[in-house]
Ligand binder design. Structure first.
Ligand SMILES: [Zn+2]
Length: 304
């Protein structure tokens, strides 16, 4: 059996996909993770940005997503004084653009050259820089965001510790990641969109909290789960066969279907109210599709 990549504890299988991709859960630290022996990631995986390079900004940055990201940026700006924001794994720059609209001095980094070319074309301050590059100055950011990033990285502890040292005292870190504890995952099982060779880690609210505690002195300001899974709703309604989410839900037909359904949900006032109520329940039960975590680096005097 594959040992846990986080704590070297022994693991047990928790999910097997038809193509053999296997997720295992550590018996010691409880973290669900990809069994690297069961699958390998196509080396060209992150090149999907290259196919999107010539798309107009209206297509790259969908208005509903911008609205949601602006709300995140607005919330962060109410909680911290400074305005220097770094988005790690900025992709096509939608969070950076949204944060600019909310008054942040926002910049982004990503390892995909094609993604950075897209950001630059739009006029964003983004660069092909590794999080561990010495070009990033310690203590120089008031907010660091990581949208759906932590599940991709080899060593999430090291990434969180790095975020902590890049934050200014009192600075905030905001991250999101798919929720393995979600209703969507329970309903869809192996068809759950986030199950992907690109996702090495599958956190629950509990395992994410324990990771933060183990890796950093960052204080958990808020942890909530949110959103319904459109694919799970469809499965429950049994109107359509399960949607193939494609490349881990980033691009492709499944993504378009998700966006379309999301648009329909957002456009109906009644459905919006129902969704808000459901999000309340998910928040309470911890079974929403996405975990959103807000962390704060203690002010220096707090540590004495
Ligand atoms: Zn473990």
């Amino acid at each position: 059996m594959t040992p846990c990549r986080r704590c070297h504890g022994s693991t047990t299988t928790t999910l097997v996909r038809a193509d053999g991709l296997r997720l295992v859960r550590c018996q010691r630290c409880r973290t669900v993770q990809l069994d690297p022996e069961s699958t390998s990631l196509d080396p060209g995986f992150y090149e999907y940005y290259a196919e999107r390079e010539d798309l107009p900004v209206e297509v790259l940055h969908l208005p509903l997503t911008t609205d949601r990201l602006r709300a995140v940026a607005r919330d962060l700006s109410r909680r911290v004084g400074g305005r220097r924001l770094l988005d790690v794994g900025c992709g096509e720059g939608q969070l950076v653009a949204s944060a600019l609209m909310e008054g942040w001095q926002a910049s982004g980094i990503d390892l995909s050259a094609a993604a950075i070319r897209i950001c630059r074309r739009i006029g964003l301050d983004c660069s092909e820089t590794d999080l561990f590059s010495d070009r990033l100055i310690l203590g120089s950011f008031d907010a660091i965001t990581m949208i759906e990033l932590v599940e991709h990285v080899e060593d999430p502890r090291r990434v969180l510790a790095r975020v902590e040292e890049l934050l200014a005292p009192g600075g905030l870190a905001y991250l999101t990641t798919p929720n393995y504890h979600s209703l969507g995952r329970r309903v869809l099982g192996e068809d759950w969109g986030p199950v992907s060779p690109a996702h090495l880690w599958y956190f629950s609210p509990r395992s994410l909290r324990s990771l933060v505690r183990a890796a950093t002195d960052l204080e958990v300001v808020a942890l909530r789960t949110k959103n319904l899974s459109a694919a799970a709703l469809r499965r429950i309604a049994r109107r359509r066969p399960p949607v193939d989410m494609g490349l881990g839900g980033h691009v492709g037909e499944g993504f378009a279907a998700e966006q379309e359904l999301r648009h329909r949900v957002e456009s109906s006032a009644l459905l919006r109210a129902a969704k808000a109520a459901a999000n309340g329940v998910f928040s309470f039960s911890g079974t929403g599709e996405t975990i959103a975590l807000l962390l704060r680096k203690g002010a220096i005097e707090d540590r004495r």
